[in-house]
Design a protein. Structure first.
Length: 206
């Protein structure tokens, strides 16, 4: 384990990631990379270069991708993974994680979230503020669960899907890869086709 952390992305999502890393009190030094050369500091932490500079830092720093967009986060996560970077899991001290929960590298679990027992969460996921994920869920890689989402028991969500703020998924539901759900969506049947869905219950809007 290295005692320095480098977060790629210094804007909104990256700032929350940095705040969690600071509260974890595990790294002696935390810095950012950001492609906007106009940002010199964020959250009081220094921006020491752009994402292209990551290769020069992987021996010294653990690397975490602090970008909210699923596609961009996946692309950069895979790049740093390929070159052998050490990628941590970030869990806010005020999140509750049950027994036999597995969480993949590069995933952040934000404040107030509750993940119940026997759930698997993939790599590069965002488990955003105040979500509840109940028992025996299986969350694929690079999924984003927005603030205040509730997933009942035995829910399966495919890679790269995104649930908008305040969405609810009933128990035993399977959602395929590449889906987007609008704010406040309620999902009560399996979703087998990628697309954009919204409403109560959901309908396909795109
Ligand atoms: C679903 C979403 C992504 C669609 O955005 P968009 O592609 O720009 O879609 P539009 O705004 O053009 O809406 C298309 C239609 O869907 C409807 N719609 C959009 N979002 C909806 C929602 N959350 N619930 C119900 N209907 C919705 C619109 O009213 C519109 O209907 P109409 O064609 O009858 O007028 C967006 O509306 C949304 O809900 N985003 C959630 C944001 C969020 O959770 N952020 C948290 C980040 S941490």
């Amino acid at each position: 384990m290295k005692n320095k952390l480098l977060i790629i992305g210094a804007s909104g999502h990256g700032k929350v990631v940095a705040d969690i890393a600071l509260k974890m009190n595990r790294w002696q030094s935390i810095a950012f990379l950001d492609d906007n050369k106009g940002i010199e500091t964020s959250m009081g932490l220094e921006v020491i270069g752009t994402s292209d500079d990551v290769f020069t830092h992987i021996d010294e720093y653990e690397i975490f991708v602090g970008i909210g967009n699923n596609t961009t986060r996946q692309r950069i996560h895979e790049m740093v993974e390929t070159v052998g970077a050490s990628i941590p899991v970030l869990v806010h001290p005020d999140a509750v994680v049950g027994g036999q929960v597995n969480i993949g590298n590069g995933t952040v679990v934000m404040a107030g979230s509750i993940i119940n027992c026997c759930t698997d969460i993939g790599k590069g996921c965002v488990i955003n503020t105040g979500t509840t994920i109940d028992h025996d869920n299986c969350i694929g890689d690079y999924v984003h669960i927005s603030p205040g989402v509730h997933l009942a028991g035995t829910v399966k969500i495919g890679e790269g899907s995104w649930l908008g703020i305040g969405s609810v998924v009933s128990n035993n539901i399977n959602i395929t890869s590449g889906c987007q759900f609008g704010a406040g969506s309620v999902v009560v049947k399996d979703v087998n086709y990628p697309g954009t869905y919204a409403g109560v219950p959901i309908r396909k809007i795109k």
